[in-house]
Write a protein that binds this ligand. Structure first.
Ligand code: FAD
Length: 492
């Protein structure tokens, strides 16, 4: 499908990142002509992995008041949910599936309100290859349905890469009882009996809640090297009033950790110290010397992550209750060996921490991968990323995390020169920014990147109305999305 005038931006991936970028971009293109096309296999852009869950126990880990899709309309999501679920407020931790509906509504609203001359469309497909410009400035995006979209600029928004990686099936992952991707719609349907979760973070807690909801009829053991569970948000829901004293001057992990301790001692709550540091993390990460970034990855990142990505108080209470009944136990250690048996898999666990060095053999019916999305692009086995890497159009980011991009998300070439046509947003900026996965950061990236990209809109030609040839989502009434679940699933 070829260009018909104006500027065409193809956004690969219609999760939260791609959707927010497309919405921002279309709204800024007023006065020009152009097209924004989101390519994603889903029925509609918006949900992606995080908000595609259908489990009401999966809550946002951020209060509704901070989850607006729009930087300039801070209470937008809170108002949306208050209208739909009685008893909710800006302090509520809403079910993630509702946030997915909200993002879909934001997409529909943006499409309906697209400025004159601007089209915002969804092509229901997966991108398999991107070809650099061969004629003029036009790039080609090959889709899995055999068509090719021409584009002036392409934004990679593939987000949380798939966990289904065949060539990583070594160790416990080679067991026939191993569930690679618990986010797949039916992944947990056949799970019964005692279960081992590899990982003790937010994914493990999601899986534990989903299994308990289903009455899976066994126990859950969650195992990770440090056995660290995410900490909880403040129970009182007190508004966070940052005392922002600017970007910290420290440039070593030791001095930054000392600063965090100092600030914690000064504040009413340790969470304030973490939240005050957070807006500066991307800049700190970019400016820390290599040796310090490595030190962070090796010694500090796990501790930072469990304090930074916190659980809603109701979820933390539920974890504590599951642990108290013996249904859920959390261990620090590693799988040393495994052997498939007639009824499951026997796992040899080497303990760390209190029981350091002790080994234990336990039998489980299933083992579930809860390590979260793969961050190392070269190992992810993603067909599009593999093609982009093999053709030298992208390079892995620092430490193999995400892609190598500049501060605006422009893909960098081998000489460090930013591309004018290929960009990345969201989790793919992990190596360059570290703090790049939550809605707060994605929303800010979307605004900044839309500003850059909209500067390239042509003002001369008008795009003729056209179908992009592939499936374009039909308009749906907002009332279709009214959530009829129990409001009690929402907590504050
Ligand atoms: C379980 C979970 C819970 C979270 N909870 C919160 C929270 O409460 N609050 C918060 O602020 N943040 C939260 N986050 C973080 C953050 O909001 C998400 O990581 C964010 O949604 C990332 O969006 P994304 O669009 O970049 O990626 P994704 O959600 O992974 O979406 C990427 C999309 O790209 C598509 N795609 C991939 N490859 C291709 C291709 N080749 N062609 C076409 N399409 C493709 C995928 O199908 C998918 O739809 C959570 C993250 C996770 C994983």
């Amino acid at each position: 499908v070829s260009l018909r005038g104006g500027t065409r931006t193809v956004v690969v991936g219609g999760g939260c990142s791609g959707t927010l970028l497309a919405i921002e971009l279309a709204s800024r293109m007023s006065g020009g002509v152009g097209e924004v096309i989101v390519v994603d296999p889903a029925a509609m852009p918006g949900r992606g992995v995080a908000y595609g869950t259908s489990c009401p126990s999966h809550l946002l880990n951020v209060r509704a008041g901070q989850m607006s899709a729009h930087l300039d309309r801070p209470g937008h999501f809170a108002a949306w949910i208050e209208d739909r679920v009685p008893g909710t407020s800006a302090r509520s931790f809403a079910p993630r599936m509702l946030y997915g509906m909200y993002l879909e509504d934001a997409w529909l609203e943006a499409r309906a309100n697209a400025p004159d001359g601007i089209s915002l469309t969804h092509v229901r497909a997966a991108a398999r290859a991107v070809h650099p410009a061969t004629r003029g400035d036009a790039m080609g995006v090959d889709l899995d349905d055999g068509t090719t979209l021409e584009a002036d600029q392409v934004v990679l928004a593939m987000g949380n890469l798939s966990l289904a990686i065949p060539h990583r099936r070594a160790g416990i992952a080679a067991s026939s009882r191993y569930v690679v991707d618990p986010w797949q719609a039916e992944a947990l349907d056949a799970i019964t009996g005692d279960v081992l979760l590899i990982g003790t973070g937010l994914t493990a807690i999601d899986v534990a809640f989903a299994l308990e909801d289903r009455g899976h009829g066994g126990t859950i053991t969650a195992l990770s090297r440090h056995g660290l569970l995410p900490r909880a948000h403040r129970r009182d829901g007190a508004a966070f009033a940052p005392q922002d004293s600017g970007v910290p001057a420290e440039r070593t992990i030791r001095s930054l950790t000392a600063r965090l301790r100092r600030v914690t001692a000064d504040r009413e709550d340790w969470r304030d110290a973490v939240d005050e540091m957070r807006p500066h993390v991307a800049q700190l990460w970019r400016e820390l010397p290599d040796v310090e970034r490595r030190r962070f990855l090796r010694h500090v990142s796990r501790y930072w992550e469990v304090h930074r990505h916190r659980l809603p108080p109701s979820a933390a209470n539920r974890v504590a209750a599951l642990a108290a009944t013996g249904y859920l136990s959390v261990r620090a250690g590693a799988v040393e060996a495994h052997r498939d048996t007639a009824h499951g898999v026997e796992v040899c666990i080497r303990h760390r921490g209190q029981d350091s060095g002790r080994t234990e053999r336990l039998e489980f019916a299933h083992v579930i991968n809860c390590t979260g999305p793969p961050l190392a692009v070269a190992l992810a086995g993603d067909p599009l990323l593999d093609q982009l890497l093999a053709t030298g159009q992208v390079l892995p980011g620092p430490y193999g995390l995400g892609l190598d991009v500049d501060a605006d998300g422009a893909i960098l070439d081998r000489n460090g020169a930013p591309s004018r046509t290929l960009w990345a947003i969201g989790p793919l900026r992990r190596g360059a920014e570290w703090e790049t996965t939550a809605v707060r950061e994605i929303r800010a990236q979307a605004v900044a990147l839309a500003g850059r990209l909209s500067g390239r809109v042509t003002n001369t030609h008008r795009v003729s109305d056209h179908q992009v040839g592939v499936m374009i989502d039909p308009p749906r009434a907002v009332s279709d999305y009214r959530w009829r679940g129990s409001p009690s699933a929402t907590s504050s």
